[in-house]
Design a protein around this ligand. Sequence first.
Ligand SMILES: Nc1ncnc2c1ncn2[C@@H]1O[C@H](COP(=O)(O)OP(=O)(O)OP(=O)(O)O)[C@@H](O)[C@H]1O
Ligand SMILES: [Mg+2]
Length: 282
Amino acid sequence: MGDFITLQGIVFTYDKSISPALDHITLAFQKGERVAVVGANGSGKSTLIKLINGLLVPQDGKVTVAGYDTSVRSHLQPIRRIVSMVFQNPDNQMVAGTVEEEVAFGLQNYGVPTEEMRRRVQVALEYVGLWSERMRPPDQLSGGQKQRVAIAAALAFSPECLIFDEATSMLDAPGRHSVMKLLDRLKGEGKTIISVTHDMEEAAQADRILLVDHGQIICDEGPAAFFSRDLSHYRLKRPLAAEISAHLRASFPWFPHPIMKVEGLLAEWDTWRQAESDDATE
Ligand SMILES: Nc1ncnc2c1ncn2[C@@H]1O[C@H](COP(=O)(O)OP(=O)(O)OP(=O)(O)O)[C@@H](O)[C@H]1O
Ligand SMILES: [Mg+2]
């Protein structure tokens, strides 16, 4: 089986007078992967993902999704059924009179039968905890609630690949936690998830992290390798647990590093204390 999504020698320039936003990028994404895209403001992350669903077309190189070339106009419809995108600013995405209609909107355009559509809308709204708000006008919701409507609208599509562009940045901690759990579940169902994020705790949950800097891919590796690096040059901070494990490692060279989650850190700490007390009783 070939690669699911490919970018080959991509060059993308918004304005010829400035340097390219992306410069000779070659990448592939496989089905079922969860990938985090990180990097400083203006590094080229949003440009990269807009190229994947054909919102932007490269001046040089080629992007394919399940074999469809994004530069071929007639391929855009099948590509958008395969790849669904959620942006950061949901205000620009709301078009319908109620939350329920908003989530159903995209499906109507693709001729999904009514019963199937109702079922999908309900499942998607329950996923994001907004089923009780289904009759409200989207513009009366809070920023975080709108964000969840936009996520539900993308989910209702049942796409093979979901792309999030900082789509959890407006959510409160429980809201973000529930979206993270949802992403785990979607990954379990074999979906490909690509999320642009400034949240390193979120990035640490990915299978793979892409670091973008000045239009280049600087790293493409798993979280353990990634958070073992010195990332200060890229204005990135390690997750809290990895930061602490780095400090402990500096004093205790046997201490495992990086540890991604606080739970992992506490488990390591307990093992260590247990070993200490066993030594003391011997
Ligand atoms: N519509 C546009 N017209 C001209 N230049 C643009 C446009 N959109 C982005 N750029 C430029 O392209 C570069 C990459 O922008 P991009 O939006 O991809 O960055 P980003 O990594 O998503 O940043 P952020 O973290 O702030 O969202 C930046 O230098 C930006 O100024
Ligand atoms: Mg961006």
